[in-house]
Write a protein that binds this ligand. Structure first.
Ligand code: SF4
Length: 579
């Protein structure tokens, strides 16, 4: 049995792990580079569910499976929804889709994370191929645009040592404090900064003319569009100076530049346009043509890998799921009662579902309301394979030990397929199928076959190979007096997994005392939280970490205009001190 596996968490870095003498250790090779983040270092300290439960009573796994079969038999297939999250991230997690799709039930589409940005990338480039950390290592200048590597991609940190670092972020993050330049931009004004940067590149004669001629012949029209921006008022709204724009241009001119974007910049209705405008800035600089240059976002972890599972089904959106249209909802690796936007709507619609089945590792708000709880096996006690949305690695996740607790996604699906006469292949066949998409490298790790190291160097994946620029955009709006809500990821939790935060963070000059309770409200709902001061925030913004209890009472279940994504930050909130 191999002692190599990989982190199962939904994270950019997809670390490779060596499991020795009952301990999780970082693999010394590859991007993992000998260290893991606190989530994995403390992974086994977090209590997992060990016993299946039906209506609050402990039952055996055999009874739980029989109960599940009974529940599914008592509903029409079209009255059943399978809602699957990425709490446990790997390719075999999707085998449950195979059962539910073949059974005739509903699956979900839409996205709670990166869908708007991806839509913008695909509109411009024709596909979403990522700049990998291995390429970023060759850059001279790295721009972290809304990405906080200390929290979400710590394995980039050793790579960027000795490089010029620019940070564009409304929060003075740790990386911003040590950066060569930090632009503490007003939230949701990134699109205008990207367009103005492109406009001034052109004015300064710093565009890559040769690249534009070959792969972006509509650039002049886009330049004209950038001219429709009224400079003075837009700079004021963004809280950015012309001097800062000039400084960025000076720092990137004739350099190998990596723009590393986070997902926060696109959690808005026009999130696709934001990403497309940043892409256009990269195109104007000719970044896609050069080694050590490009744009890194969240690449498709499934690129060049086809699924062996049947996933053809009717779908409802993951963003505004109409739970009460269903008699039975099977929830896997997700905590919709905490993590979906507009929690009050989610609570109300879920409360009308007759059977909630929760299949996962940890107790949470969703397991609390479940009729039937089925514990899952953790990644150490099952075989799986994972890929990454940061680089081209593919990790064989070898089972490290047997566990008497829980059931794997494959075993549960096999049980259901057998019970309802649905064809399913053996686990080994699926694992071998996925492994076929990889090749072994010299360091013993695997990578996905046939992915380009320098995507778009010979043109884009659009019909004519050229980049498609934005043709219109929403003009900047003047601000009202409410606060922007920033919903970053915290260092201690991964959304609602692990140690969840419980504060609202705001600038000390706003006049709210530490630990006083304030009420934060939006058009969707209200929450009350104790205050913590954080002068790294702007005075017009408050921050509540993703995973904080009830934070999504505030957020809206609207979709982004493109990409069917949640728009967690598309709102302003009011705050009131509670006396
Ligand atoms: S950095 Fe990401 S992939 Fe690596 S151990 Fe932490 S959560 Fe897992």
């Amino acid at each position: 049995m191999s002692d190599i596996t990989a982190c199962p968490l939904d994270c950019y870095d997809s670390c490779s792990i060596v499991y020795k003498e009952g301990k999780i250790k970082a693999n010394k090779t590859g991007l993992t580079n000998g260290f893991l983040c606190p989530h994995l270092n403390h992974y086994t300290k977090h209590k997992t569910i060990t016993t299946p439960k039906y209506k609050g009573k402990n039952i055996s796994m055999e009874e739980a499976l029989l109960k599940l079969k009974e529940i599914l038999s008592s509903s029409y297939a079209s009255e059943i929804l399978h809602y699957r999250g990425h709490g446990n991230f790997a390719l075999m997690q999707e085998v449950t889709d195979h059962f539910f799709a073949s059974f005739g039930s509903y699956l979900t589409d839409g996205n709670l994370c990166d869908g708007a940005g991806e839509a913008g990338i695909v509109e411009g480039r024709g596909s979403n191929k990522n700049m990998t950390p291995q390429e970023i290592a060759k850059s001279e200048v790295v721009i972290f645009w809304g990405r906080n590597p200390h929290t979400t991609s710590s394995h980039l940190l050793p790579i960027i040592k000795d490089k010029t670092v620019i940070v564009i972020d409304p929060v003075k993050t740790k990386i911003a404090k040590s950066a060569d330049l930090h632009i503490q931009i007003k939230p949701h004004t990134d699109l205008y900064l990207a367009m103005l940067l492109t406009r001034f590149l052109y004015i300064n004669d710093t565009c890559d003319e040769e690249y534009l001629e070959k792969y972006a012949s509509e650039f002049e029209d886009y330049y004209e569009l950038t001219q429709s921006i009224r400079i003075k008022i837009t700079l004021e709204e963004m809280d950015v100076t012309l001097g800062q724009i000039g400084k960025i241009i000076e720092m990137v001119e004739n350099k190998k530049v990596a723009i590393v974007c986070g997902v926060g910049i696109q959690k808005y209705e026009d999130g696709a346009d934001v990403m497309r405008a940043i892409d256009a800035f990269g195109v104007a600089l000719g970044l896609f043509a050069k080694e050590g240059s490009g744009i890194s976002y969240l690449g498709s972890s499934r690129a060049n890998i086809t699924s062996p599972f049947n996933k053809k089904s009717k779908k409802v959106s993951k963003v505004n799921t109409p739970f009460d249209d269903f008699k039975t909802v099977f929830i896997q690796g997700a905590n919709p009662l905490s993590q979906m936007p507009n929690s009050l709507r989610v609570k109300e619609t879920i409360s009308r579902v007759e059977n909630i089945v929760y299949f996962g590792l940890h107790e949470n708000e969703t397991s609390e309301v479940a009729t039937l709880i089925i514990p899952a096996k953790d990644f150490l006690s099952k075989d799986d394979i994972r890929t990454s949305y940061s680089d081209n690695s593919l990790h064989i996740m070898s089972k490290q030990h047997d566990s008497k607790y829980g059931i794997s996604e494959y075993d549960l699906s096999k049980y259901l397929c057998d019970a309802f006469n649905i064809e399913i292949k053996s686990e080994e066949e699926y694992l071998s199928y996925f492994k076929e998409f990889s090749i072994k490298q010299d360091d013993g790790l695997y990578k996905v076959k046939n992915r380009e190291e320098l995507p778009y160097k010979d043109g884009f994946d659009t019909d004519d190979g050229e980049f498609l620029f934005l043709e219109e955009f929403e003009k900047i709006k003047s601000e009202n007096k409410k606060f922007h809500l920033i919903t970053s990821k915290s260092e201690k939790s991964l959304n609602s997994q692990f140690t969840r935060d419980k504060y609202v963070y705001l600038h000390s000059s706003l006049g709210f005392c530490e630990n006083s309770i304030i009420s934060i409200s939006s058009e969707n709902g209200t929450i009350k939280l104790p205050v913590k001061h954080n002068d790294d925030l702007r005075k017009d913004s408050i921050m509540i970490y993703s995973g904080t209890k009830d934070i999504n009472n505030l957020t809206s279940s609207k979709h982004s205009l493109d990409g069917k994504n949640a728009v967690y930050q598309e709102l302003k909130v009011a705050i009131v001190k509670i006396i």
